[in-house]
Design a protein around this ligand. Sequence first.
Ligand SMILES: NC(=O)c1ccc[n+]([C@@H]2O[C@H](COP(=O)([O-])OP(=O)(O)OC[C@H]3O[C@@H](n4cnc5c(N)ncnc54)[C@H](OP(=O)(O)O)[C@@H]3O)[C@@H](O)[C@H]2O)c1
Length: 244
Amino acid sequence: MTQSALIQGGSGGLGRALVNRILQSNQFDQVVVTGRDIQTFDSRDPRIIPIELDLLSDQSVVDASTAVASQIDRLNLVVTTAGILQDESLGLKPEKKLADLSRSNLQTVFSVNCFGPFLWYAALGRLIRHREPITIATLSARVASIGDNRLGGWHSYRASKTAQNMLTKNLSLELSRTNPHAIVVGLHPGTVDTDLSKPFQAGVDPDRLFTTEQSAGYLWDVLSELTPERTGEVIAWDGQTITP
Ligand SMILES: NC(=O)c1ccc[n+]([C@@H]2O[C@H](COP(=O)([O-])OP(=O)(O)OC[C@H]3O[C@@H](n4cnc5c(N)ncnc54)[C@H](OP(=O)(O)O)[C@@H]3O)[C@@H](O)[C@H]2O)c1
């Protein structure tokens, strides 16, 4: 049976490395790769199906899901990498204190990190609602853990990923009612050298700062070993469960 994967965010740091790792595995006949600007990624591999998707646009979500459904019957692996921590053009920085909160920054960060991925899954409909094995993995972050939060700050990023983790759990429960093979997880990639982490790498032990290829390799190993018993969890790059 044809095996199909869908990677959202193929031109991001981790997204690009994950696409390469997934292609290298030779486990998928079709690999849909979405991006806000699909001109920016290398789609010479005949298995790649590039599709434009901006998770901040409802119309783009509808158009992209229709485009996937016109080429693919069902998905076996879905990975969503969208994430925003700061954006200079929007004056958006991770907040250090309560007084730094603004409605517009909260809305932007929640829209990309939490609303976007799950509205995307809703739009994928029958492509993810079937009875065959399927894994749906959304890139989360250890800083979303309430139990592990000792430093505070980064209010909108942390909270948006915590809310994302709740939707991961809810979707895992919903799919498990009709598909015992479905696995829905959040993944923490470690601290990875990408545009997202660049401004915050100063205090990071160089041995703990992964290249995108390293992290994608670890995440692929985690994905390859997942079983339905772990559905609903948030899992780190080393396979450990992260406390909610
Ligand atoms: N790097 C780390 O240390 C680290 C640690 C923990 C968790 N994470 C998580 O890992 C994921 C990947 O991050 P990264 O480090 O690879 O950062 P990155 O290189 O900045 O990639 C961010 C991704 O988010 C996408 N994105 C942003 N806004 C979007 C929108 N409106 N619609 C669709 N996609 C949008 C970007 O798409 P474009 O290419 O179109 O801009 C890009 O693919 C994120 O969810 C992040 O929170 C990263």
